[in-house]
Write a protein of this length. Structure first.
Length: 106
């Protein structure tokens, strides 16, 4: 099963607005240099959603890198199950509803 993995991207932004990814940092902190990349347009990801897609040559393999213009997030397809959502915290009373203000005349 595929899951979306958010990645940090070192990017070259040209004055014409063209973006060129140069390196990515994976979720475990490992940095990978991108030998070359090419923009292929809007594509659907295997993991989730769709976005602007670059095919990047990293360590001898061509892998897709996605960007969502709405959120500004970069992600890649990863292996394994998606992380489960954190368990909700139990209800904690914020205010004591039995509180009565003291008599102000004393």
């Amino acid at each position: 099963m595929s899951r979306p993995v958010p990645v940090a991207v070192l990017l070259e932004m040209r004055s014409s607005g063209v973006r060129k990814p140069l390196a990515i940092t994976w979720e475990d902190g490992t940095r990978y240099e991108i030998t070359f990349s090419r923009f292929v347009g809007i594509r659907k990801a295997r993991s989730a959603g769709s976005g602007e897609c670059w095919i990047c040559h990293i360590e001898g393999r061509d892998v897709p890198l996605y960007y969502c213009a709405l959120t500004g997030c970069w992600w890649m397809d990863g292996q394994g199950e998606p992380h489960s959502a954190p368990a909700p915290k139990p209800y904690r009373r914020v205010k004591n509803r039995d509180y009565k203000p003291g008599d102000s005349n004393t």
